[in-house]
Design a protein around this ligand. Structure first.
Ligand code: PMP
Length: 359
């Protein structure tokens, strides 16, 4: 049975959170002499931004909730989704333990690097259960790896860098089996996939956490705005331990503006998917391309005859892709983001002129 209280580090349970000046008074009328701001304004052209932003970003959450089919209280917004990744680990895992009963998190490599980096920064035991050769969960091995100390199981779907969705039946099995732990489904790339988000299951699984981001389909990587959806109880804990004003005012207003244009976001996604198809077909016609893995994301994992040399060659021609050729299960692969049609053509033109390793 899931019990959030027993999942949390004891001192987080009893923590009195920082109470910021604007916790209660954001959006209210009055003369605000409570937060040591500069009441005269700022040196920007608009003179704006002299006031602290809403610490809980309610305007965005109220706008986002119906779009995502959740309640505003089930949303946490972070400085990128990297912020909730870190906060979830800090809320639940006691650092510095290494024996068999240690608090631990489970990841399934190859996957997004920050789960491991965040765990390492926090000195938390990391258990790795590699994906199968088909880039799916090795469900039996994951189940065998779960211990009473397991606090978080990270599932990235669609997975980075492999690009595929993880079988929902396997995710359900883990959600049911690890009922004492959080199961985080990182859906950074979900808008490019044809399946529904796991957010619709939040009320069925109190241990489910879903991560999404404005950095991919919404085209707002520079904003640094990540979404975390979970039980209201867990969101209250994240709010307790987050830095007071973690989302800036410009980010909040630009996100609100973006949310008014969901249709345009969907149109961009449709174009990226069409361009992904064209790019994949053209890449496959090149003799140096051995294989392209099916993608449910806005990138392709491509196996080359000599990935490292192709990577260096492209860098020299100012076309930068991601070298994943040394990553286990991705040997010989480069990860290529779908660019604009012109950028994709440029990549293809360079690759057509490739004459093999030069060193
Ligand atoms: N999750 C996955 C799977 C990612 O690939 C990325 C970024 N590449 C992130 C999370 C982080 O996204 P952000 O911090 O920009 O929201």
């Amino acid at each position: 049975m899931f019990n959030l209280q027993s999942l949390l580090r004891p001192h987080i349970l009893t923590l009195t959170p920082y109470s910021s000046a604007r916790d209660e008074y954001t959006g209210k009328e009055g003369v605000f002499l409570d937060a040591n701001e500069n009441a005269l304004g700022s040196t920007t052209d608009s003179g704006q931004y002299n006031r602290y932003p809403d610490p809980y970003q309610w305007a965005i959450k109220e706008r986002l909730a119906p779009i995502k089919g959740v309640r505003p209280e089930q949303i946490f917004l972070g400085n990128g989704s990297d912020e909730p990744i870190d906060l979830l680990i800090r809320a639940t895992c006691q650092p510095g333990q290494s024996d068999a009963s240690a608090d631990n998190i489970i990841i399934m490599p190859p996957t997004y690097g920050m789960y491991e980096v965040s765990a390492t920064i926090n000195d938390v035991t990391l258990v790795k259960v590699p994906l199968t050769a088909a880039f799916q969960l090795d469900t039996d091995a994951v189940l065998a790896a779960i211990t009473p100390g397991t606090k978080i199981i990270w599932i990235c779907s669609p997975n980075n860098p492999t690009g595929n969705l993880i079988d929902p039946n396997a995710i359900r099995t883990i959600l049911n089996a690890a009922s004492h732990a959080l199961v985080v489904v990182d859906e950074a790339y979900i808008d490019f996939a044809e399946t529904a988000s796991w957010t619709s299951e939040l009320d069925n699984y109190p241990n489910l956490v879903v991560l999404q981001t404005f950095s991919k389909a919404w085209g707002l990587a520079a904003l640094r705005l990540g979404m975390c959806f979970a039980s209201e109880e867990l969101i209250r804990v994240l709010n307790k331990i987050k830095p007071p004003y973690n989302i800036s005012a410009p980010t909040q207003s630009l996100a609100l503006e973006a949310l008014d244009h969901e249709r345009e976001k969907n149109e961009m996604v449709a174009q990226i998917l069409a361009d992904r198809q064209v790019l994949a077909e053209k890449l496959l016609s090149l003799p140096i391309v051995q294989h392209i893995y099916p993608s449910d994301a806005n990138f392709l994992l491509v196996r080359f005859t000599d990935a490292k040399a192709v990577f260096e060659y492209l860098i020299n021609r100012q076309v930068i892709v991601r070298d994943r050729s040394k990553v286990k299960l991705c040997e010989g692969c480069l990860r290529i983001t779908v660019g604009t049609p012109d950028e994709n053509e440029r990549l293809l033109t360079e690759l057509r002129q490739y004459n093999g390793p030069t060193t």
